[in-house]
Design a protein around this ligand. Structure first.
Ligand code: F6P
Length: 338
């Protein structure tokens, strides 16, 4: 491939705070190397329907602090079909795009890998998802902001829980992984953290009885409040079912709270703005070196790259140290703090 003249970018999948900061960094870095940037709207749908516009410096002015994504996002089932992949490839060929940068999570990167069968331009992924579940990078863009947002909300729930000596069960996002749940649970001093890493589906009955016992012992020791932080998609029937089960099993009254999409919004914290900026600049620099089929990553505070195949092969595990600290020390200490 000769010189790179035109780079396409899109944001795909669940939006994450810091996506705008990444778009900004890409546009500024591309301008530095005299490369045009074409932004596609609504994720891969924008490629399939050729919905795009050239992005200039003025388009990315004043967006580093904004949540969401200026390019909009979407999940795009059409990218699982040959027809959709061909349409996306045709757009890139027609518009003479040399490279495509996708800002998103593992589903978005699988789309990028599949597209390579129909288009031979350079491809780069930038990891942005609140779930932090992509392997090969210490953090994904948006995770830290989502954790902080959830902490702020749960601290408020703690106030009202204390006022009424109430029990709350709070459901957090994360799809099938517990990065948000464990980090938020520990940071909010939740009495219990329930996630995929410490509760297997076959253990739910046993866990219910342990929870009931622990809540009862905490109540008899005049604890002011009791918070259980739980990962979405973990408990059969979700938080409302667990509330029902505690009532039926042990006559315990608990209140369910699903924190939901509030975790995806808001202004990115410093760490996400900086990570997104480093990754956006690195993406353009890697393209200048003709690198392709990679995800930009940060490991031990150093920007690096890993192959897209490896990025989607495994789900990143929650820190075992954090799980152990919660399970072996903190949760037990909560029980004994009387
Ligand atoms: O991947 C980000 C995420 O927010 C997950 O944590 C959650 O399971 C999912 O997206 C929700 O998706 P949607 O907004 O499409 O319901």
């Amino acid at each position: 491939m000769g010189q790179i003249n035109k780079v396409a970018i899109l944001t795909s999948g669940g939006d994450a705070p810091g996506m705008n900061a990444a778009i900004r960094a890409i546009v500024i870095a591309a301008q530095h190397y005299q490369i045009d940037v074409i932004g596609y709207y609504h994720g891969y749908n924008g490629l399939i329907e050729n919905e795009s516009r050239l992005l200039s410096l003025s388009d990315v002015n004043n967006i580093i602090h904004r949540g969401g994504t200026l390019l909009k996002s979407a999940r795009c089932p059409a990218m699982l079909e040959i027809q959709g992949l061909k349409q996306a490839a045709n757009t890139l060929l027609k518009e003479k795009v040399d490279a495509l940068i996708v800002i998103g999570g593992d589903g978005s990167f699988s789309g990028l890998l599949a597209l390579q069968a129909y288009w031979s331009g350079l491809t780069i992924g930038i990891p942005a998802t609140i779930d932090n579940d992509l392997d090969g990078t210490d953090f994904t863009i948006g995770f830290t902001t989502a954790v902080n947002t959830a902490i702020e909300a749960i601290d408020k729930i703690r106030d009202t829980a204390n006022a009424f000596d109430r029990i709350f069960i709070i459901e957090l996002m994360g799809r099938q992984s517990g990065h948000i749940t464990f980090n938020v649970g520990v940071a909010c001093a939740a009495e219990q953290v329930l996630s995929f890493e410490n509760v297997k589906p076959e253990q739910q009955k046993e866990k219910l009885s342990l929870l009931a016992k622990d809540i009862q012992s905490s109540q008899s020791n005049h604890h002011e409040s009791y918070l259980i932080v739980m990962a979405e998609n973990l408990w059969l029937g979700g938080v409302t079912k667990l509330v029902e089960q505690l009532k039926e099993y042990a006559n315990i009254d608990a209140t369910a709270c699903i924190l939901g999409h509030i975790q995806r919004g808001g202004s990115p914290v410093a760490k996400d703005r900086i990570l997104a900026t480093k990754m956006g600049v690195a993406a353009i620099q890697k393209l200048m070196q003709k690198k392709s089929n990679i995800m930009i990553a940060e490991q031990d505070n150093t920007i690096t790259e890993i192959s897209l195949e490896n990025a989607v092969k495994h789900t990143k595990k929650v820190s075992q140290g954090l799980i152990n600290a919660q399970e072996d020390i903190l949760a037990l200490t909560a029980q004994n703090q009387c």
